[in-house]
Ligand binder design. Structure first.
Ligand SMILES: *Cc1c(COP(=O)(O)O)cnc(C)c1O
Length: 404
């Protein structure tokens, strides 16, 4: 065999379309909540691939499922169904409000499907005017043209106009403002129970309850984007379960595959009928390899031990972060739910979240940002206590450098 091509961080700048600005090292291996770079330096992983690697890296049972399915059948295309995808559908149905599932490959695609479903459902009801979508400022729903348009961060959409129309944004957690724009022409309201990319901002229960009532009153679909909050992230299987508010459509991706690309839109029987044969689809959706991995990830996470463990781990994080903040008062608020944790910076440190994560990398810990003013942690749901402690000790050293 030929030697593999030699690659360094510089290769990224040489060969990749520059939509990302990755860290200046290259990770090559992971195990549990630790990863190692090309030079063999170790890092504690508090990012989990952006809320994706919910069981850490190289989980033995997930790996076994991947290898087993890899030896059987990788892909068929949707002219033929397969066993892993049917089993995964049943797992999702049994565990949630839903009766039917559509599989795709990412969060954006799941939201794209949800918004298309809402438009068509309203059209099929006979009301040609009923095509307005209500979404929220600072929301993030993905990077396709429809989903950046539904997202509430114009910087992600404005350069790609003309954008799909009929989408109105109002302030998150402002029920009165939402009530002003939700009417009989609204076909859907799309909302994240916790805005992840938007800064780890939790929806107030009255807000989601109020949206549910407004949707019911006006015959609009309530879509919960649980791409980031789903599959155990908040300590419940899905965040809607914390609120007692049941959506009509829910989208899930990120942690669903534990690192293997997969997404899903789940809904009720009644709404599922809208998307008849040929109305929507995607080549890889429900691919047996992805579904086999997701099936094992889902069943490992959907247990009282793992879900209760998430709440336990949040306490470790809060205790450690609070201690850091007592010594170096850098955070104005530590917020979120379960292992979706946002640390908002004091005004004095505004705009420096990225710099903090870069220093954290130097100290040997991987962290995320959620906008310029929030440091975000989304580690493995089963991260060991020792790794939490060690990672926070390393993070504390990064904070000390910023504060001195
Ligand atoms: C990450 C994310 C998406 C987009 O998911 P992709 O897999 O990147 O397309 C959509 N919605 C939310 C809430 C997300 O966090």
């Amino acid at each position: 065999m030929e030697q593999p091509i030699a690659v360094t961080r510089q290769s990224f700048d040489d060969w990749m379309i520059p939509v990302y600005a990755p860290a200046d090292f290259i990770l090559v291996r992971g195990e549990g909540s630790q990863v190692w770079d090309q030079q063999g330096k170790s890092y504690i992983d508090f990012a989990g691939g952006i809320a994706v690697n919910a069981l850490g890296h190289a989980h033995p049972q997930v790996l076994a499922a991947l290898v087993e399915q890899a030896g059987k059948l990788w892909h068929l295309g949707n002219g033929y169904t397969n066993e892993p995808v049917l089993r995964l559908a049943k797992q999702l149905i049994d565990a949630t409000f839903a009766d039917k599932v559509f599989f795709c490959n990412s969060g954006a695609e799941a939201n794209e499907a949800a918004l298309k479903l809402a438009r068509k459902y309203a059209l099929d009801s006979g009301n040609r005017e009923k095509n307005h979508i209500v979404a929220f400022n600072n929301a993030f729903h993905g990077r396709t043209l429809f989903t950046v348009s539904a997202g509430g961060q114009p910087k992600y959409s404005q350069d790609f106009a003309p954008l799909p129309g009929g989408i109105t944004h109002t302030p998150f957690n402002d029920l009165a403002a939402a009530a002003q724009v939700i009417n009989d022409r609204t076909c859907a309201v799309i909302v994240e129970p916790i805005q992840g990319e938007g800064g780890v901002v939790t929806a107030q229960p009255q807000f989601l309850q109020g949206l549910r009532e407004l949707c019911d009153r006006h015959g609009a679909l309530l879509i919960f984007d649980e791409v980031q909050t789903g599959v155990g992230r908040t300590g419940s299987l899905y965040a809607y379960m914390n609120y007692g508010v049941v959506p009509d459509v829910l989208t899930t991706a990120k942690a669903l595959g534990g690192g293997f690309p997969i997404g899903a839109m789940i809904t009720t029987d009644k709404l599922a009928k809208t998307l008849g044969v040929g109305t929507h689809g995607t080549t890889y959706g429900g691919n047996p390899l992805a579904a086999a991995v997701a099936g094992v990830v889902f069943s490992l996470i959907n247990t009282p031990e793992v879900l209760d463990g998430v709440k336990q781990r949040l306490e470790w994080f809060i205790a450690g972060l609070t201690e850091i903040n007592l010594q170096y008062p850098i955070f104005s608020e530590i917020r979120g739910a379960g292992l979706l944790i946002g640390c908002a910076l004091n005004p004095e440190y505004a705009g420096r979240a990225k710099q903090i994560t870069q220093l954290a990398n130097e100290e040997g810990v991987i962290a995320l940002i959620a906008g310029p003013d929030v440091v975000r942690f989304t580690p493995s749901l089963i991260i060991p206590e020792q790794d939490v402690k060690e990672g926070l000790a390393r993070f504390a050293r990064a904070v000390a450098r910023i504060c001195s």
